[in-house]
Design a binder for this molecule. Structure first.
Ligand SMILES: [Mg+2]
Length: 452
C-alpha cells in the first residue's frame, strides 16, 4: 500500500495573533488572552509573552509575575470562532478528510490530494499560503505517515513551521525527543519513566518490553508503539457518521415474531444499503425495542407537555468483522430479539450499526461473470462476500426497481407478509407507520479554552 500522508495544522498563538492582527498597537508586544479575572488561566500568549515564560493554561497570577508588562486582554470567543470557520474552509480546499481538534487545530488526511500539489512539502506550503491570504494569520504544519508523527512534527516546527517527516525518517526524528511529547505522557507518568532512566522516545522504544510491562502494566505495549511512531488511527472527518440506524413506530403494538422479523428485515437491508452507498461497514449491531406498556409519565412544563414513558430496551452484539451485509445484520438482530424473549408487545423497533470502518470503493461489474452473483439465491454466510452481493443487489434494484430481485432468505416472510416485504422501501410499513432514518454524527468539538 502506498504511504498515507497525514497533515497536522495548528495556528500559531491563535487568539493572541488575532488580537495583534486587529489591534496594530498590540503588535510586537507581550499579549496575553484570558487570565484577566483573579482565578482565570491564560488562553493564549503571543510569542513575545512566551519569551517571558508565559504559557497557555497557566494561572493568571503566575503570568503576571513572569510578565508584569504583559497586555492582558479579555478575549472574544465569537470572533475567534468566526476566524476558525474561515480556517476550516481553507483546510477543506485541500481535502474533505478534515478532523478538527480545536478551534485552531486539525488533522487532514491529504493522501488523496498530493497528486494536485506534487509533493507533501508543496501541499503544506500552499496551505500555509492560503491561510495567510484568507486570515492574515500564520499556521504551522507538520506532515507524516500518521497522526502521531504529524502532530509532533508540527509542534517541533513552531512558530511558522513546516516540517515533513517521511516514513523512513520517523525513527531518527522521534528517538531524541523527550517522552513527554507523547500523548498520554503527563507529568506523573513522565516522572515514573524518568526514575527508570527513560527520558527520550529512544529510551522508551529500546526498553525491554517485559520489564516495561512490569512497571506500567498493559499500557507498556501501547507506549512503546507510540515511541516508535506507530499509529494506525484514521483521520476522522467531522462528517464521518458514527452509526447508521433506522427505526419505526408501529401504529398497532406488535408481539408476533413474523411482524417483528419483517420490520427488522426491512431495517437491516435499508441500513446495509445506506452503509454500502457511503462505503462504510460496521461491527456492532444494535437492536432497540420500546415496550408498548407505559411506565409512568415524564413531567412537562405544563400538563399538556407531559410525556408518557415507555421503557426502551437495547441489545448489541459486536461481530468479528465489519459488515454491510443486510442478511448478516438481520440474522444478528433477530438473534438478539430471540434472546430477549419478550413476553409483551412493543411499539417501536430499531436497528443500528456502529463501530464503523470506511471501505474502499469497489467498482461492481454486474455483467462480468462473477462467482458471487450465483449467491443471489443463497443467504450469504460471509460478511465481505455478502456486502459485495448486497452492492450488486443495490445496483440491480436501482436499475430495475426494487421488486426485481429479492434474497431467497426473505421468501418465508413473503408468504405471510407479502405486501409489506415485496415492495421494500415503498411497503405499507412505511405508509402506515412512522419510520425514521438515523445517522448519528460526531459531535462538533467543543471550543477549547486554550490554544498554542
Ligand atoms: Mg494553535
Amino acid at each position: 500500500m502506498s504511504q498515507r500522508w497525514v497533515l497536522h495544522a495548528d495556528m500559531d498563538a491563535f487568539y493572541a495573533s488575532i488580537e495583534q492582527r486587529d489591534n496594530p498597537e498590540l503588535r510586537g508586544k507581550p499579549v496575553i488572552v484570558g487570565a484577566n479575572s483573579p482565578r482565570g488561566v491564560v488562553s493564549a500568549a503571543s510569542y513575545e509573552a512566551r519569551n517571558f515564560g508565559v504559557r497557555s493554561a497557566m494561572p493568571g497570577f503566575r503570568a503576571r509575575e513572569l510578565c508584569p508588562q504583559g497586555i492582558f486582554v479579555g478575549g472574544d470567543m465569537q470572533k475567534y470562532s468566526a476566524v476558525s470557520r474561515q480556517v476550516r474552509q481553507v483546510f477543506e480546499e485541500f481535502t474533505p478528510e478534515v478532523q478538527p481538534l480545536a478551534l485552531d487545530e486539525a488533522f487532514l488526511d491529504v493522501t488523496g490530494s498530493l497528486g494536485l500539489f506534487g509533493s507533501p512539502r508543496e501541499l503544506a506550503h500552499a496551505l500555509k499560503q492560503r491561510i495567510l491570504e484568507e486570515t492574515r494569520l500564520v499556521v504551522s504544519v507538520g506532515l507524516g505517515p500518521n497522526k502521531l508523527v504529524a502532530k509532533i512534527a508540527c509542534t517541533q516546527s513552531k512558530p511558522d513551521g513546516l516540517l515533513v517527516i517521511e516514513a523512513e525518517q520517523v525513527e531518527a526524528f522521534l528517538r531524541p525527543l523527550p517522552v513527554r511529547r507523547l500523548w498520554g505522557v503527563g507529568p506523573v507518568l513522565g516522572e515514573t519513566l524518568a526514575r527508570y532512566g527513560i527520558h527520550t522516545m529512544g529510551d522508551l522504544s529500546d526498553y525491554d518490553p517485559s520489564w516495561l510491562e512490569q512497571l506500567l502494566g498493559r499500557r507498556a505495549h501501547e507506549l512503546q508503539a507510540m515511541a516508535r511512531g506507530e499509529d494506525t488511527r484514521p483521520v476522522e472527518s467531522q462528517r464521518a457518521p458514527k452509526s447508521y440506524g433506522e427505526e419505526n413506530t408501529f401504529e398497532r403494538d406488535v408481539v408476533e415474531r413474523d411482524r417483528v422479523s419483517a420490520a427488522l428485515t426491512a431495517h437491516s437491508e435499508s441500513v446495509a444499503a445506506r452503509m454500502r452507498k457511503d462505503h462504510f461497514a460496521g461491527r456492532t449491531v444494535t437492536l432497540r425495542a420500546k415496550l408498548a406498556r407505559r411506565r409512568g409519565v415524564r413531567a412537562g412544563r405544563t400538563s399538556a407537555d407531559a410525556e408518557p414513558v415507555y421503557p426502551l430496551i437495547s441489545r448489541s452484539r459486536t461481530l468479528p468483522n465489519a459488515t454491510a451485509d443486510g442478511a448478516l445484520i438481520r440474522r444478528t438482530v433477530l438473534e438478539l430479539w430471540d434472546e430477549l424473549a419478550l413476553a409483551e408487545p412493543v411499539r417501536l423497533l430499531g436497528v443500528s450499526v456502529s463501530k464503523l470502518e470506511r471501505q474502499a470503493a469497489e467498482q461492481l461489474d454486474l455483467f462480468a461473470p462473477r462467482p458471487e452473483l450465483r449467491g443471489v439465491t443463497q443467504p450469504s454466510t460471509d460478511g465481505a462476500r455478502g456486502a459485495r452481493l448486497g452492492g450488486a443487489l443495490d445496483a440491480i434494484r436501482e436499475r430495475f426497481g426494487d421488486s426485481a430481485i429479492r434474497r431467497a432468505v426473505e421468501a418465508p416472510h413473503k408468504i405471510t407478509h407479502s405486501s409489506q416485504i415485496k415492495a421494500g422501501a415503498e411497503a405499507p410499513l412505511v405508509r402506515e407507520e412512522r419510520r425514521t432514518r438515523v445517522v448519528e454524527l460526531d459531535e462538533a468539538d467543543e471550543p477549547q479554552e486554550q490554544c498554542d
